[in-house]
Each structure stands twice: as structure tokens, then as C-alpha cells.
Design a protein around this ligand. Structure first.
Ligand SMILES: Nc1ncnc2c1ncn2[C@@H]1O[C@H](COP(=O)(O)OP(=O)(O)O)[C@@H](O)[C@H]1O
Ligand SMILES: N[C@@H](CCC(=O)OP(=O)(O)O)C(=O)O
Length: 375
């Protein structure tokens, strides 16, 4: 299986805060330079590369002499604003040493949730990669709010992997990979070398973050599942292992490899599945559940029993069965109020009831993603 890694052509490499900062004492330029050296070699071997780098808040905290991570959003944002400059300068210096060009991209959730902005981001990234420039991505922390932030860069890296249809997502972190228990609390924990990203037994063993990072193993596992949607393999691995990137490229069995078990889903559905903000819920009757899950049909108003929440046409809603389990998610063709008026009706009654007809379906099958493909 690891030999397959040496055949891959497009990688997203994510480096976490806990790794980038030498124990919270600012950035670790030596480590950064060593990763850059390996990335440049990878690039020279014809592998396209995108870097997702955390560390702005940690670098800012160190510059401001703050010992503990603040809880308040505005202070985190101030630290990120200070730190992002330091971070990107440090990367620029490293890439410069190896005569390699890099570019900064700061993304917000909205850049990936709006279809037009998603397409723009994809084109820009592709252009940079074609120009042999290595994009260095971080979340645009200074302008995000609680509700819309990715929060952890594991999720961001996975959505970027979906965006560019990467073959491999490498998550470099401060542990050698994912262990069968949190190694902070269990010294006998064993490294998991390879499994399916969908393996549900992993849910129990992936714990939260250390003091600097945001997500811990939980968000790395979620990221691997997101990445699996575009057929992307994920390796969670220790960034301090000497020449770790080069070793992975040569097929060495390091870290935890999480493999997808689905064939890649179409780009539009990938985009849909990556949407984190659900605006409402639609409860389906049993017939509609079956039509969606087994016959891959569109959702018609006739199969709807209840509509909860306040959403507009074009927003994302969750489809639930009568037990409240989510079975699908999709882009809705009618607002919540309109959906309430037409639920239970045949499609040819929509126009008579509302006075207009957008579409005969409440959610078209092309805009619907069923639960097995959701995280
Ligand atoms: N099962 C597990 N295996 C490995 N590490 C785990 C596990 N559960 C929780 N962790 C914690 O996750 C931390 C890495 O995540 P995090 O602190 O968010 O780092 P990063 O900044 O690299 O994203 C590790 O330091 C470890 O303490
Ligand atoms: N965007 C933030 C990263 C958030 C974060 O802590 O992410 P991670 O260390 O990857 O869990 C920053 O640059 O500080």
C-alpha cells in the first residue's frame, strides 16, 4: 500500500501549530527549513504541492509575550494578525533559500461555501501550481467569526484536498501518528499503521488537542474522512521524524495511513459535502427515505412530513428520517416557508399553492448527498 504513495502526483501537506512552534517558544526555523528542503525535492520529482500552515496565533502569542492561549476571539484574532506576518515571512525565507517561489493564500469558510468563490479559489490554486509556485494556505483568522470559522487547519487542509482533488493529504503533527489511545494519558498506546478512514472504531480513540493546537486527533480523523471523498489518502505522521516527507515519498511505512473506501464523488457533490453550515431540517417519510437511499432519487415535496428552521432557496438543509437521523444533505429549491406550504403535496400542485414553480423537486438529486458520503 505504501508503495502506492510513491505513485501519487498531488499532495496537500498540513503542518500544525504544535509542531511549528518549538514548545510554544515561537516558530522553529530549523524545522521549517528542513521541511521546505524536502518539499522542494518533492516538487522537483514532479509532485504538485500545496502547503497548509497553522502557527499564526502561536507565533503572534510568542511575539506578544503571551504565555497562555487567550479564550476571547478578538485576542486570538489580534495574535493571528501579528503572527501571520511572522509566519509567512519565515516560510518565504525558507523557500527563498532553495530558490523556490511561494505564495500566501488566506481562506475563510465562505470562500469554500460559495460556489463562485470556490471555483475562483480552485482556479487560483491550479494556476499557482502550474507556475511552479507553492501555495501556503492558512485560515484568514482575523476576519472570521465563531460561527463560520474552520477553527482547525485539519478541516481546512481536507477541504483544500477536495478542492484540488489531491491524491494525498499529509498531516504533520507532534505525535508519530494516530495511536489506539491518546498517548498523553496512555503511555502504552500503540501506533495504528493503516486502516480505512471510515473505520468507526477510530471515533472512540481519537482525542482532543494539546495546549497549542486546536483539534487534536478528532479533527485529523474528520479531515481524513473529508479527504476520502475525493479519493484522497491521508497520512497522519510525526513532523519531527528526520526527512519524514522524503521517506513517505519513497514509500516508507511511517505514521497512520487512512485510506478512502469510496470511489471519488463528483466535484459538485464534493463541494456540497464540504458544507459545514446547515440551515434547516426536513423530515422525510419512509418512502422518501427509501427513494433517496436506495434509488438515488430527488426529494419531492410529497415525501416531506416536517420542515424545521429558517432557510432560503439555495441554502443547505439536512434531510432526516422519522427517528431524527440525518440521511442526506442538499441544496434546497424552496425557502422554509414555501417548503412548509408544499410539503406532502404532489409536484403538480406546487404552482397552484405558491403561485409559481421553481422546480418540481424540493432537492434535485444532483444537489443531494447521501449520508454515507458525509463526515
Ligand atoms: N489517539 C491519539 N493518537 C495520537 N494523538 C492523540 C490521540 N488522541 C489525542 N491526541 C492528541 O492530539 C495532539 C495533536 O493534535 P493538535 O494538538 O491539534 O496538533 P496540531 O497542532 O498538529 O494540529 C497530540 O499531541 C495528542 O496529544
Ligand atoms: N489558523 C490558526 C490555526 C488553528 C490551529 O490551531 O490549527 P492546528 O494547529 O492545525 O490545530 C493559526 O494559524 O494559528
Amino acid at each position: 500500500m505504501r508503495q502506492m504513495i510513491s505513485q501519487t502526483k498531488r499532495w496537500v501537506i498540513k503542518i500544525g501549530s504544535s509542531l511549528l512552534t518549538a514548545d510554544g517558544k515561537g516558530l522553529d526555523p530549523e524545522a521549517m527549513s528542513s521541511w521546505v528542503k524536502q518539499m522542494v525535492t518533492l516538487r522537483e520529482a514532479g509532485i504538485e504541492l500545496i502547503l497548509v500552515s497553522s502557527g499564526a496565533i502561536a507565533a503572534g502569542m510568542s511575539k506578544l509575550n503571551w504565555d497562555t492561549r487567550p479564550k476571547e476571539m478578538h485576542k486570538l484574532q489580534a495574535a493571528a494578525a501579528v503572527g501571520q506576518m511572522i509566519l509567512v515571512q519565515a516560510w518565504e525565507n525558507c523557500f527563498d533559500q532553495f530558490n523556490c517561489q511561494a505564495a500566501q493564500i488566506l481562506l475563510t469558510h465562505e470562500d469554500l461555501s460559495d460556489r463562485q468563490r470556490y471555483l475562483n479559489a480552485r482556479t487560483t490554486l491550479r494556476t499557482l501550481v502550474e507556475l511552479n509556485i507553492i501555495p501556503v494556505i492558512n485560515e484568514n483568522d482575523t476576519v472570521t467569526t465563531d460561527e463560520i470559522q474552520f477553527g482547525d487547519n485539519d478541516t481546512l487542509a481536507a477541504l483544500v484536498a477536495n478542492l484540488v482533488e489531491a491524491d494525498l493529504l499529509v498531516i504533520l503533527t507532534d505525535r508519530d501518528g494516530m495511536f489506539d489511545a491518546d498517548p498523553r494519558t496512555n503511555p502504552n498506546a500503540q501506533l495504528i499503521t493503516e486502516t480505512k478512514a471510515s473505520d468507526s472504531s477510530l471515533d472512540k480513540i481519537a482525542g482532543g488537542a494539546g495546549s497549542l493546537g486546536r483539534g487534536g486527533m478528532q479533527t485529523k480523523l474528520r479531515a481524513a474522512r473529508f479527504a476520502a471523498r475525493s479519493g484522497t489518502n491521508t497520512i497522519i505522521v510525526g513532523g519531527k521524524i528526520p526527512n519524514v516527507i522524503t521517506k513517505l515519498q519513497h514509500g516508507e511505512k511511517l505514521g497512520t495511513l487512512l485510506v478512502p473506501d469510496h470511489t471519488p464523488i463528483a466535484a459538485r457533490k464534493q463541494w456540497l459535502a464540504g458544507q459545514l453550515q446547515v440551515r434547516g431540517k426536513i423530515t422525510l417519510d419512509d418512502g422518501a427515505v427509501k427513494a433517496l437511499l436506495t434509488r438515488h432519487k430527488s426529494l419531492l415535496p410529497v415525501g416531506v412530513r416536517q420542515v424545521t428552521g429558517d432557510f432560503s432557496r439555495g441554502e443547505i438543509v439536512s434531510c432526516i428520517n422519522n427517528k431524527g437521523d440525518e440521511i442526506a444533505r442538499g441544496l434546497v429549491n424552496y425557502s422554509a416557508n414555501e417548503a412548509r406550504q408544499i410539503m406532502g403535496l404532489a409536484s403538480d400542485e406546487i404552482e397552484r399553492t405558491l403561485g409559481f414553480l421553481n422546480e418540481p423537486e424540493l432537492i434535485h438529486k444532483d444537489n443531494l448527498i447521501i449520508h454515507e458520503l458525509l463526515a
